[in-house]
Design a protein around this ligand. Sequence first.
Ligand code: UP5
Ligand code: MG
Length: 200
Amino acid sequence: NHNAKLTTTSPSLGPGAGKGTQCARLVKDFNFTHLSAGDLLRAEQDRPGSEYGELIKTYIKEGRIVPMEITIKLLWKAMREQGERSGVKEGGRFLVDGFPRQMDQAVKFEEEVVPSRLVLFFSCPEDVLLQRLLKRGETSGRADDNIESIKKRFKTFVETSMPVVEYFDKQGKVVKVDSGTKGVEEVYAEVKGVFQGVFK
Ligand code: UP5
Ligand code: MG
C-alpha cells in the first residue's frame, strides 16, 4: 500500500444519523480533514462540464450508490489536494464521511487507497432518521430530502451498506454510538471520548 501512513476513519453510513454534524465538531478538536463523499458528489454534479453530472443527479435522487470509480476518484483527488495545501505528503488524517457504503468500494478503497483505522457507526431508528431528514428538507435544498427519496435511501442502507458495517465489524474496527436518543452534544461527548482513546 503506497499510503500506509494515512489514517482514515469512516463515520457511519445511515442517512441523517448525524455524520456531517459530528464530523464538523471532530475537525475542531482533532487534526483531521473532513471529506464527505456525498458533498464531493454534489459538488461534482454541479461542476460545469462534468461528464458525471447527470448520472450523479439521478443516483442521488434514487438513493442509489454511485459507481465506485467516480466516488473513489473524487475522494483521492480531495485527499491529494489537501496534502498539497498542507505540504504534508504522508501521514494525513482523514475523516471519510458516508463512505464506503457498498462492499466493492470498501474492498477497493482499503486495498488501493488506504485501510481505515476506525469505523464510527451511529445507530439510530428509522423513524427518528425520517423526522430529522424531513425537517432538514424544509431548508436544505437537497434533492433527496423528500419522502420518496428518503425511503429509497433507507432501503439502500439496509440492503447495500449494512453488509459493509458487518465486514468492518468482523475486523474489530467498528465503534457503535447511539445517536437516536441523545442530542448532538451528548453524542459528541461520546464520540470525542472514542477519538481521545484511539488517536492520542
Ligand atoms: N441531527 C444530527 N444529529 C442529531 C441529534 N443527535 N439529535 C437531533 N438532531 C440531530 O444530520 C441530519 C439532520 O439531523 C440535521 O438536520 C441535524 O441537525 C440533525 P447530518 O449530520 O446532516 O446527518 P448525516 O448522517 O450527515 O446525513 P446525510 O443526509 O448527509 O446522510 P446520507 O448518508 O443520506 O447523505 P450523503 O450525503 O452521505 O449521501 C447522499 C447520497 O449520495 C447517497 O444516498 C448516495 O446516493 C450518494 N453517495 C454515493 O453514491 N456514494 C457514496 O460513497 C456516498 C454517497
Ligand atoms: Mg451528511
